[in-house]
Design a protein around this ligand. Structure first.
Ligand code: ADE
Ligand code: ZN
Length: 353
């Protein structure tokens, strides 16, 4: 019997492309949770155009390419202006379904087994869209994805911090009657939008009420805002996880606390790059924080706007910061551990490594 020829693959002589293909296959194979994803930020220009057409909404762009070309941002606010305008094409239950199922399919292709999806109801209710319409479309997609794609998901209702606390209370009040129908999916509250000048303490009372109501709590902090915003999100809002948090490094005592208490940070490298939070990937502090023991996770934030889904964010981190495979495994495991799943569900996913 002929013996098969043993091919020796020397990775040092593999072309960069082959090495990257190999690395990408490895990243895709890791079971991952995506913990920082704004569903409105997953609206790809193609779908955005399709929904505009379907709903007879005029867009100030002649083509999908022209719209994509406009995705060049100076900072968080310049992105938010486009992002809120883009969300204006979402009108019907079907629109919210289409957007959500498209994200879940794309995430599943990246090896995401569980997603915690933020949404900004105020962006929609301010345009006269009923809260029930927003929930119904997203929930239909999430339940379908659980059944047919085997991807679980939760909803994080996020308050817009550039609006008042009173508006957050009104939003909560409008959503609460839907908890009976969607309480298996909607389990958490978040805080997003323009950080500078809108500190966590602006929302202390509404977060206290949400805690009393039994919601899990997260908040964006330390993206553009200072480390003190991270501290105040923990102390005043009582959140259990910080979205971004990359500026925590400016406060060594806070860093020590993040390490000791294993408070997760949901870091979004491509977002940080595209919004000028860092000038280039080599400058990103996620590897340094990971190596010093912070519970870092990697996420995509607004993948349609920042040019990459979760696997792309792992890739850019691995290549730009020289993360090895053991570190990529730690990051993927962290994403499961830092999720809002119960211990039995976490253990089920962790057993897959
Ligand atoms: N909303 C959507 N993406 C955001 C981000 N990166 N920071 C704050 N608010 C957001
Ligand atoms: Zn975000």
């Amino acid at each position: 019997m002929n013996k098969p020829i043993q091919k020796h693959i020397d990775t040092t002589t593999m072309k960069d492309k082959d090495k990257n293909d190999d690395l990408r296959a490895f990243v895709l194979s890791l079971p991952k949770a995506e913990l920082h994803l704004h569903i409105e930020g997953s609206l790809e220009p193609e779908l955005l155009f399709e929904l505009a057409q379907r709903n007879d909404i005029a867009l100030p762009y002649v083509s999908v390419d022209a719209l994509r070309a406009a995705y060049a941002f100076d900072d968080l606010q310049s992105f938010l202006d486009l992002y809120y305008a883009g969300a204006g094409v979402l009108i019907t239950e079907r629109d919210f379904y289409d957007m959500t199922i498209a994200y879940l399919r794309r995430a599943q292709a990246d090896g995401v087994v569980h997603a915690e999806i933020m949404f900004d109801p105020q962006t929609h209710t301010a345009r006269g869209i009923a809260m029930a319409t927003v929930f119904a479309g997203m929930a239909r997609a999430m339940r379908e994805a659980q059944a047919s794609l085997n991807i679980s998901s939760y909803l994080i209702l996020s308050f817009l911090r550039h609006l008042s606390e009173e508006s957050a209370f009104t939003t909560l009040e409008a959503a609460l009657p839907l908890r009976e129908q969607y309480g298996d999916l909607w389990i958490a509250i978040g805080l997003d939008s323009a950080e500078r000048g809108n500190p966590p303490e602006k929302f202390t009372r509404v977060f206290a009420l949400c805690k009393e109501l039994g919601f899990r709590l997260v908040a964006h902090a330390g993206e553009e805002g200072p480390a003190s915003y991270v501290r105040n999100a923990l102390d005043l809002l009582q959140v259990e996880r910080i979205d971004h948090g990359v500026r925590s490094e400016e406060d060594p005592a806070l860093m020590q606390r993040l390490i000791t208490d294993q408070i997760p940070l949901t870091v979004c490298p491509l977002s940080n790059l595209k919004l000028g939070v860092v000038r280039n990937m080599a400058e990103h502090n996620l590897a340094r924080m990971l190596r010093s023991g912070v519970m870092i996770t990697i996420n995509s934030d607004d993948p349609a706007y920042f040019g990459g889904y979760v696997a792309d964010n792992y890739m850019v981190s691995a290549i730009g910061l020289g993360l090895n495979r053991d570190e990529l495994i730690i990051l993927a495991k962290n994403s499961i551990k830092a999720s809002l799943l119960d211990d039995a569900q976490k253990n089920k996913y962790l057993a897959q490594f």
